[in-house]
Design a protein around this ligand. Structure first.
Ligand code: BDR
Ligand code: CA
Length: 312
């Protein structure tokens, strides 16, 4: 039976590819809804972009909800310098015509977790954790009903991408992240340590070009736009494709490796704000609260993407 998931996202080109991968995999994943959050760009754009992606995928029936427009108690930091003004620069796509749902994303998350049998809904956060933490704060009864959380966020050996210490999704709303990591829900994280091993390359992007479909062309445009920033920054040939790792992990966990460890989120120090302090070597007696993924079979990951996107 397909796994029920809610994708919480701030598209973002890599979020867009993650959404496509999930929407292309209905046998394994039942996308109950897509909840947008402010992150890479403001909420007005992330909810729009989520609908653009559904339409490119030909999945206009997947409900899209708008959630929180700012972190729990900070001003929003965005990443247009990476993703462009729209958040989805690189492909020229029409404005969406499918509706945005009236219900607030946080209410949708709460209602869905209360309605579905306990332990049957997985949360897939691909952006700052504001919607998820807000839902947990407002409805503590739903926390134990979550099957698991598989998220993109954090960094340890790979250090930060928005500050020297912090990864973007955690940095934008560290208080929300801290709450989610402390929730007790079974949690798997895809930090920069693994996503920086999932680099695009000319051959990998060409595999999308070869599809010769609207979806393939959109991916080529997005990835060619978005990889430039990281190629310049890191001096690599290709850029990391972060968020699709969350969905790929649900589809093919055997291509990933990690350790169950303790991960705490820094919320006090301005210098290291949003750092995910990962006890990789087990030097504390703090209880493990996350499966920290550190490695993947990148060929397997890109093969999965090309094979699934061909289905759309
Ligand atoms: C994360 O931040 C965003 O820019 C990407 O979409 C990804 O979720 C990587 O740090
Ligand atoms: Ca994202």
């Amino acid at each position: 039976m397909a796994k029920n998931i809610i994708i919480d996202t701030d598209p973002g080109q890599d979020d867009a590819v993650a959404l496509l991968l999930a929407l292309a995999s209905p046998q394994e994943l039942n996308v109950l809804g897509i909840t947008a959050v402010a992150g890479n760009v403001p909420l007005a754009l992330t909810q729009r972009n989520a609908r653009v992606v559904c339409e490119v995928a030909g999945k206009r029936d997947v409900p899209v909800f708008a959630g929180c427009d700012a972190p729990l108690n900070r001003r929003l930091v965005t990443a247009e310098h990476v993703h462009g003004k729209t958040g989805l620069d690189g492909a020229d796509l029409p404005d969406p015509t499918m509706p945005l749902q009236d219900q607030h994303a946080v209410d949708f998350i709460i209602e869905t977790l209360r309605r579905e049998p306990s332990g049957t809904v997985t949360l897939c956060p691909l952006g700052p954790l504001t919607n998820i933490a807000t839902a947990f704060q407002r409805a503590p009864d739903i926390v134990e009903r979550v099957q698991e959380i598989v998220l993109m966020g954090g960094a340890y050996f790979e250090v930060g991408n928005i500050t020297p210490a912090a990864e973007f999704n955690i940095y934008v709303d560290p208080e929300a992240a801290r709450e989610v990591f402390a929730s007790g829900v079974t949690l798997t994280m895809m930090p920069l340590d693994v996503t920086h091993k999932a680099l695009t390359s000319k051959a990998r992007i060409d595999a999308f070009r070869t599809l010769a479909t609207e979806v393939g062309d959109a991916c080529v445009g997005w990835l060619e736009f978005y990889e430039r920033f990281d190629e310049d920054k890191y001096g690599t040939d290709g850029g990391p494709l972060h968020d699709p790792n969350v969905i790929a992990y649900l589809l093919q966990p055997d291509i990933y490796e990690g350790r169950h460890i303790n991960v705490e989120v820094e919320t006090g120090s301005e210098l290291t704000m949003g750092m995910t302090v990962a006890d990789w070597w087990g030097v504390t007696d703090r209880e493990a609260n996350a499966l920290f993924i550190g490695d993947l079979n990148a060929e397997g990951f890109y093969a999965l993407l090309a094979e699934r996107l061909a289905r759309l």
